[in-house]
Design a protein around this ligand. Sequence first.
Ligand SMILES: CC(C)(COP(=O)(O)OP(=O)(O)OC[C@H]1O[C@@H](n2cnc3c(N)ncnc32)[C@H](O)[C@@H]1OP(=O)(O)O)[C@@H](O)C(=O)NCCC(=O)NCCS
Length: 175
Amino acid sequence: MDYSASQQIRTMKPDDLEQVLAWRNHPDVRRFMYTQHEISLDEHLRWFERASVDASRHLLIFEREGEALGFISLHEIAAGGIADWGFYAAPDAPKGTGRQLGEHSLAYAFDHLAMHKVCGQALAFNERSIQFHQKLGFRQEGLLREQHFDCDRYHDVVCFGLLASEWKTIKERQL
Ligand SMILES: CC(C)(COP(=O)(O)OP(=O)(O)OC[C@H]1O[C@@H](n2cnc3c(N)ncnc32)[C@H](O)[C@@H]1OP(=O)(O)O)[C@@H](O)C(=O)NCCC(=O)NCCS
């Protein structure tokens, strides 16, 4: 993994709001989210005002050479460092960006925030995200059958988990 100083995870700032909203509303991102309507600037601002002061939430930006290339949310959902994550890369980012975003976000979660476990959920038709989780070392922990309704049909939800100990083993093997 490239830990070069040119790539980093940092906290999302008000200056990032417009960019993150544009990514989130892009059809290639929005169709893989639980809520698929176009989010207004007002709704986005209200979300940020609430979430950015919530100590259990970490709203993060992945950047390379000073350019913001993706958004990551880490949400501590249970005591003992259990977190849910969500993420999207800039839709026009070059191939390989997601992988870097994932690696750096997990390093941030486990090394910086000392999380015990990171959990992810993907809609069953989101093959990219499913493969992405598997490539990063996540294990599938469940399949929630017809758990999501998109106003037209039901979709299964695939649940993933990665433990800090598993992450450490993966990193040691890569050395
Ligand atoms: C998921 C996402 C972050 C991956 O980013 P990316 O830049 O496409 O990923 P990369 O090019 O670094 O590829 C990383 C891995 O993702 C998977 N992947 C990427 N593109 C894929 C595709 N077209 N089909 C299947 N798997 C794919 C592969 O496992 C790939 O590893 P590999 O190249 O070694 O095979 C990005 O596609 C995205 O933001 N999608 C929309 C939002 C989203 O779905 N978020 C997750 C919600 S659960």
